[in-house]
Design a protein around this ligand. Structure first.
Ligand code: MRU
Length: 352
């Protein structure tokens, strides 16, 4: 299927000597591109959420490795790697929860270590391969996920999992794009995704660019919609999927999944195998990123509430495997994921 007319947004563009990042803090009002010229620039762009979404921060991290490597003189890849070791360590720590960043930096390390005298061109090709593979995985998952939906499905998605969060097309939003293109999805609800508003600022904007109508709801309306029989499937992405099938994703995902479980609505998680972390046994072992309280107390720089005594702002949560009906990766669909099925599918996960 040709998806060009339903997939126009690209968050990351390599520009010969720098990485151009569409600054997602400014969307939907302004389209500003940041020029990242060093790996520290990339780490900062990831940390402040100028680029966000698990696969996109992995791809940005890969280009961060290119920028670091291109800044040193070395006769082999292994020599270059030795010189940039500390920089790469800092880059991988820019955000803790999504495993894709760690995965991409490690894959680039492994690739660089094996490169000979042509390493300058080869390291760029290695980053571009990660970006291209992600786009291909998203197209495949779009097709696989859409096939699991009933005809005329009404779907609810959370956060932004689209082109902005990936190399393009998206994961959960890719399934929605493919489902719309195939005439299988009749209605899309997007939850606003407090506090950073990835849903209302990014998902709604991105779908608008591609001519896909979506209805915005507050996060807390989702159980009510499901109770009214208005939703057939909740479709979300993931930041890390554990060996037992537990999923870390944007805060609020667990609440949507619990309501869905209770009300007979299907839950679909869509993520490339680069988000699977067979080295983490269960959700409780995942580090959940905590972000500044000002993300809750301020909107667009304006203070919106009374002074709270304290603010607690965990930005991801864990959805237990038992709440998930379909886990869609580019390798195939796992229904009702559990440890045994994850092991059969992903062990050993040797895509580095
Ligand atoms: O904090 P964010 O915006 O990086 O969180 C993004 C999410 O939780 C997404 O659902 C996840 O990364 C999958 S993106 C394809």
């Amino acid at each position: 299927m040709n998806f060009e007319h339903v997939d126009r947004v690209r968050p990351l563009l390599w520009q010969g000597d720098h990485l151009s990042v569409l600054d997602q803090r400014e969307l939907p009002h302004r389209q500003i591109h940041l020029a990242c010229r060093t790996s520290a620039d990339v780490a900062q762009a990831i940390h402040v959420l100028a680029v966000r979404g698990a696969p996109a921060i992995g791809i940005a991290g890969a280009y961060g490795v290119v920028l670091a490597a291109h800044s040193v003189q070395a006769s082999t890849g292994a020599e270059a790697l030795q010189r940039i070791d500390a920089e790469l360590h800092a880059l991988a720590l820019a955000r803790p929860t999504a495993v894709n960043l760690h995965w991409a930096v490690q894959r680039m390390r492994n690739a660089l270590a094996a490169m000979g005298t042509d390493w300058r061109d080869a390291v760029l090709l290695a980053a571009q391969a990660i970006q291209q593979e992600d786009l291909a995985a998203n197209h495949r998952m779009g097709h696989l996920g859409a096939e699991c939906l009933p005809e005329g499905a009404r779907v609810l998605t959370h956060c932004n999992t689209g082109s902005l969060a990936t190399a393009g097309f998206g994961t959960a939003l890719g399934v929605i794009r493919a489902g719309i293109a195939a005439g299988r999805i009749a209605k899309v609800y997007a939850s606003e995704t407090r506090p950073w508003l990835q849903g209302s600022r990014l998902t709604i904007w991105e779908l608008l660019q591609d001519g896909i109508p979506a209805t915005l709801i507050v996060d807390s309306a989702s159980a009510y919609l499901m109770q009214q029989g208005l939703v057939d499937a909740v479709i979300v992405g993931a930041d890390r999927i554990c060996a037992n099938g537990d999923v870390a994703n944007k805060i609020g995902t667990f609440a949507h999944a619990l309501a869905a479980r209770n009300l007979g609505v299907k839950v679909m998680v869509v993520a490339p195998s680069t988000t699977v972390d067979m080295g983490t046994a269960k959700g409780a072992d995942i580090e959940i990123e905590q972000r500044p309280g000002t993300e809750l107390t301020h909107i667009g720089g304006i203070e919106v509430g009374a002074k709270a005594a304290a603010v607690y702002n965990p930005v991801f949560d864990i959805t237990p495997a038992a709440c998930i009906d379909f886990l869609v990766t580019e390798r195939g669909v796992i229904t009702a994921p559990d440890s045994a099925k994850m092991t059969a599918f992903f062990s050993p996960l040797s895509s580095l």
